[in-house]
Design a protein around this ligand. Structure first.
Ligand SMILES: [Cu+2]
Length: 320
């Protein structure tokens, strides 16, 4: 190995470039949330020994559906399809029970001295979490192969040829505080009201793990006279809001967020101001799943949406 003859500084640099995460065939994005679309980028940092890579074939694990591989110039794209172990709810359209089980790109030549990426997009079915999904990948270099198919376990936490892994976090289920049929409700919250305010907003996430749509049609809030379901959206460049008289559909396989600047519950005729730290009981009524009890945590006046939900607008701009 020529590396033996490098001086100290160059050797350190060489070590950097051979850091473990980059030594194997891996997925660029190693964490994702169940019930979302995922762009899988398989990174191929070297050949089989010194031999150039001529084919990459990735197996698609159960729960990863609607796979669409990206063609690569100079490589022949092929897919194998087959039945899934069960049927999965997807964001749009009917549930799916079969699809792409493996993808291969072959016929190209990726020198051991070079790096390349092989890309697919897919939907991570909402009932497949939490766990790690593995994408066993067969790398072929002419007559040689490197099989990246080992699943880390207690005996071999760091196998020599690990299958590319994707840590799948449960969507709303992780923080689900109420379940009704196929629906899971997570993180119901509201905001403290400045003195005298008679209205407040209610926020939460509803995930439909089922295969048919349901609809949030209403709710109650112990400290409010009545509750409406509202939509806030940009119209002609102006942030406007309107009540949704028919409620809001929760499509199968989807997570619908009620957050500042978007859909929200509107609490009218508050009996007393909401104070940060309060817990206020309420209910949510769904067309099919029925009525579920929830507790809204009251956060500070300036509180935005948890996580990355859009925080633009907000109830401060409400005009009632
Ligand atoms: Cu409103």
């Amino acid at each position: 190995m020529s590396r033996l003859f490098l001086n100290g500084a160059a050797c350190a640099a060489a070590l950097l470039f051979s850091a473990p995460a980059f030594a194997h065939v891996t997925l660029e994005q190693k964490e994702a949330t169940s019930g979302t679309f995922y762009k899988g980028v398989l990174r191929v940092p070297h050949g089989c020994g010194d031999a150039a890579t001529t084919s990459i074939k990735v197996s698609i694990p159960e729960g990863v559906v609607n796979v669409k591989p990206q063609p690569k110039p100079g490589w022949t794209l092929a897919t194998e399809t087959g039945p899934y172990e069960k049927s999965y709810a997807v964001m749009h359209g009917p549930p799916v029970s079969q699809g792409v089980r493996s993808v291969s790109w072959s016929g190209g030549s990726l020198s051991n001295a070079n790096y390349d990426e092989f890309v697919f997009v897919a939907y991570l079915a909402p009932d497949a979490a939490p766990k790690t999904l593995y994408f066993p990948t067969l790398q072929t270099c002419g007559t040689l192969t490197s099989d990246w198919n080992e699943i880390p376990g207690a005996a071999t936490p760091k196998p020599a040829h690990p299958a590319p892994g994707l840590k799948l976090a449960a969507a709303a289920d992780a923080g689900a505080v109420a379940k009704a049929g196929d629906l899971a409700v997570a993180t119901p919250w509201s905001r403290a009201t400045p003195g005298g305010a008679k209205v407040a907003g209610g926020y939460l996430t509803v995930t439909n793990g089922g295969t048919t749509p349901d609809r949030l049609t209403g709710g109650t809030f112990a400290q409010a006279g009545r509750v409406e379901i509202h939509e806030m959206a940009m119209k002609d460049g102006v942030m406007t809001m309107r009540p949704l008289a028919d409620g809001l559909e929760i499509p199968p396989g989807a997570s619908v967020s009620f957050a500042p600047g978007g859909y929200h519950l509107m609490f009218f005729d508050l009996k007393q101001p909401l104070k940060e730290g309060d817990s206020v009981k309420g209910t949510l009524t769904f067309q099919k799943a029925g009525t579920v009890d929830v507790t809204f945590d009251v956060r500070g006046i300036g509180a935005g949406a948890p996580s990355s939900a859009p925080a633009a607008g907000g109830h401060g701009e409400h005009k009632h």
